[in-house]
Design a protein around this ligand. Sequence first.
Ligand SMILES: [Zn+2]
Length: 444
Amino acid sequence: MKRIYKPSYLLQSDQFVANAGVLVEAGMITEVGGIQELTSRQPDAEIIDWTGLAMLPGTVNSHNHSFQSLLRGLVVDRPFLEWRDQALYRYSPLLSEQDIYTGALFAFGEMMRYGVTTVCDFFYLHNQGIASDEAIIQAAKDTGIRLVLARTMYDWAGAPGGYRETIEQAVANTRQLAVKYDQNPMVKIIPAPHSLHAASLEMVKAGHKLALELGTRMHIHVAEEPFEVEETMQSHGLTPIELLHKIGVLDENMVAIHAVWLKAGEIQLMGKKSAKLAYCPSSNMFLADGVTKVIDLMKAGVVVGLGTDGACSNNRISIFEEMRMTALLQKVSLLNATAISAKQVFSMGTANGEELLGIPVGKIEPGYYADFVGVDTSDLSVQPLFSVNEQLLPNIVYSMQPNAIDRVVVNGIEQVQSSKLVSIREDDILNRLQTVAEKFNACK
Ligand SMILES: [Zn+2]
């Protein structure tokens, strides 16, 4: 079925244009152009009237841990390692496949309401198999969100047993899922060795090799906290990026998560090797990790995308929020209001997602997935609009509240209408959360 979306304003190359339309067929954008011309050329297409709405690309959440939504509000205001041991390591071993499904349904449903159309779920609670991974994939299918499952490879003995696999198991399980979903545009599997402290060097190398075999990106947490730098310096006499380079995995397919504690030489090396960054500013502030040198990384040629990280270290899971936080944190840490622009952070949360995930998302152009957001331009949080071109994009980045997000379309299907989820019921999520609450309370 052909559909032509007819918004009041369409975002095209950083400019909002009126009288434009977008043709969608089989989940893809096939044409973008003047509405008169498009409708006369496609007389059989259904017209979707988005009068009053500004149409933008859906946002791309490049780093999340969906099950962590179940831990939101527990053990807050603590240092990272205390939070990890008292919240993460205490509660996550209690989670069954059904609970993991609930966590993903909850996280995906909430973030879709805030305009996320693609999420990369960095998932490590495998319990020695793929059933939990399949539970996440099922939750993505049931909510209608586009999923990149960064299937974590983890062999550090200090973590709960359910996180850990042998190298052979991790490779076989990740490959099995990748092959199974190879032709599915809504699910992509990528290898994700957890980090240099939670995956052995052999595991990291195996993840890199598998990414090459599958033709995908490889995601890995890098230098989130100073202790990670101290560990690699002590064990190898090298900083984390130097060590990743030495073992041969620092390349254009490597996406570093966080990268807070990098030295100038590491920033240059990442740029030279065309590695990428998934930046999670709210999480870095919440856990008091530090401030990633995003401006220097961009100058070095590193493509930067945005992630929310888990909902218990943010604690909001909106990429529009991360755009705002990126701009504010970078400006204040550099004492420079011109350090970064609304347009740059908007691209980080949309178009740059294509680079980080290796799928055609984040732009309203032919050949991209039909993933959009419709913003209600009459919502007070995006007003005033004396000049649409001057004010609308900055207002979306700096002042918009979630209630202005009226529609969300993923793969050509409206999944949010009038700010409400379509495919799943919020009271179903609430009922499921009650079951998890009973389990957590029983172990207190
Ligand atoms: Zn993470």
